[in-house]
Ligand binder design. Structure first.
Ligand SMILES: Cc1cc2nc3c(=O)[nH]c(=O)nc-3n(C[C@H](O)[C@H](O)[C@H](O)COP(=O)(O)OP(=O)(O)OC[C@H]3O[C@@H](n4cnc5c(N)ncnc54)[C@H](O)[C@@H]3O)c2cc1C
Length: 402
């Protein structure tokens, strides 16, 4: 994707004449919203607020999909299997509709449908059994696959020691970094204002936030504020988020497949989740970056601005062990790339979408907990509805649940 630095720096209002959403005069110019953080959550929120007619300013010190951010990875899995958690199945199903809608609108591939293979070496399939009817209700499908069928269909996968296999048909992967940048690019093109600068909440008085203090020493004010700063939320809003979001260090490895061998690329290979003692997952192809393998186990605490991003020998050895066990042809595959990225975990793995208890015009949106990316458009739509006062806060995402 080619986006010049100028496009992202201080871009915006002047482009409003070409707005996708009609004349500037038709906007609710009186209502200004500042969105702090231009990752998946902030970017989509800004987009939907702009669509709703608000005057929106989006701020980020390093830019959408930057390498420090959780949304800065090459790809992210989209799936709706969440055990018995209907709220997430529904959010993912809505997101899938919106990802497809925006692909069409922007004429860009963001979602690659590969299906998702759930490989279980344990007999316990309660999560899948609970999820199946919820997916069906949402118009999606998760089905059991016999071991014979799985082996016939995916000869490049070893099912040794596997007890159960499930396949989620509409699952796949999203081009995460590209999509995150594209959302902001489209936000700007539609008349939104983007500035590359960091922001902190200013004074709260009378039950309201009065502005954000920018790193350049100035203050910006608006009617409503959305803080969607991922792993940084705990330091930006310590009095509320504090330890509710704990960033952890996660390692991701990309391995090289044999020359001309398409067995480990989409469409021949689906995304996969391998539940053994630990949960590993992977994404084929990744637009040529390699065969991705990652451990979903929560790593050590991580500081997202300055944390060390060199992968560990132990992490690589564990990924290689999974390759050797599950994808024998890749046993000695060369490592092409590796990344370290923060999960921003809540204690229960659910999102935080709520008002600051001391400032009713200040929204906190985060806690993606290693699975948030897929929900981006559905979450943006939800937050825009909350800011407009047209929706209720989802109980599972409220701060009061902690
Ligand atoms: C290795 C890994 C694998 C994952 N796999 C999946 C997956 O397969 N499927 C899935 O759905 N999800 C997955 N996730 C989770 C998903 O990526 C995150 O939940 C999601 O990207 C979070 O988006 P966000 O906007 O909340 O945070 P971020 O993308 O981190 O965005 C926060 C933004 O805030 C900005 N910011 C920081 N400080 C300030 C400040 N003071 N002022 C203004 N802006 C600031 C940052 O620069 C950043 O751009 C994975 C995450 C990781 C790390």
């Amino acid at each position: 994707m080619t986006v010049s630095r100028r496009t992202f720096v201080e871009a915006g209002a002047a482009l409003a004449a070409g707005s996708l959403f009609g004349r500037v005069g038709s906007r609710r110019q009186a209502t200004r919203v500042i969105v702090v953080g231009a990752g998946a959550f902030g970017g989509w929120t800004a987009w939907y607020l702009l669509r709703a007619g608000y005057h929106v300013t989006l701020l980020d010190p390093w830019g959408p999909g930057n390498s420090r951010a959780s949304s800065g990875g090459e790809t992210r899995i989209i799936r709706a299997t969440y055990g018995p958690l209907r709220v997430f199945t529904q959010l993912a199903a809505r997101a899938l509709v919106l990802w497809r809608e925006h692909e069409k609108r922007w004429n860009r591939t963001l979602y690659v449908r590969t299906g998702s293979l759930r490989i279980k070496t344990v007999d316990d399939d309660r999560a899948e059994q609970a999820a199946m009817p919820l997916l069906a209700d949402a118009g999606l499908s998760l089905v059991p696959v016999t071991l014979d069928d799985a082996a016939r269909r995916y000869p490049q996968v070893s099912f040794d020691g596997v007890k159960k296999v499930f396949f989620e048909r509409e699952a796949g992967f999203l081009y995460a970094r590209d999509a995150t940048r594209l959302v902001v690019e489209q936000f700007i093109a539609a008349g939104g204002t983007y500035r590359q600068v960091s922001a902190l909440p200013d004074d709260k008085a009378g039950g309201r936030l009065n502005g954000v203090a920018l790193a350049d020493g100035t203050t910006l004010t608006a009617d409503q504020y959305v803080f969607a700063c991922g792993a940084w939320l705990r330091e930006i809003i310590p009095e509320v988020v504090g330890d509710l979001i704990r960033p952890t260090r996660q390692e991701v490895f990309y391995f090289g497949t044999p020359a001309g061998d398409t067995r480990f690329n989409d469409p021949q290979m689906p995304v996969w989740v391998d539940s053994d003692k630990k949960v590993f997952y992977g994404i084929p192809g990744n637009g040529g970056r390699g065969f991705k393998v990652a451990d979903d186990t929560r790593g050590p605490r991580f500081e997202p601005t300055t944390g060390d991003r060199l992968p560990t020998a132990e992490g690589l050895a564990a990924a290689r062990e999974v390759l050797a066990r599950r994808f024998p042809a890749l046993k000695d595959a060369p490592l092409l790339e590796a990344r370290v990225c923060p999960y921003e975990n809540t204690t229960d793995g659910a999102l935080i979408v709520d008002r600051h208890p001391l400032a009713k015009n200040m929204w906190i949106v985060g806690g993606g907990s290693g699975h948030g990316f897929k929900h981006g458009p559905a979450l943006g739509e939800m937050v825009a509805g909350l800011v407009r006062g047209e929706r209720e806060i989802e109980p599972a995402f409220r701060l009061s649940r902690f």
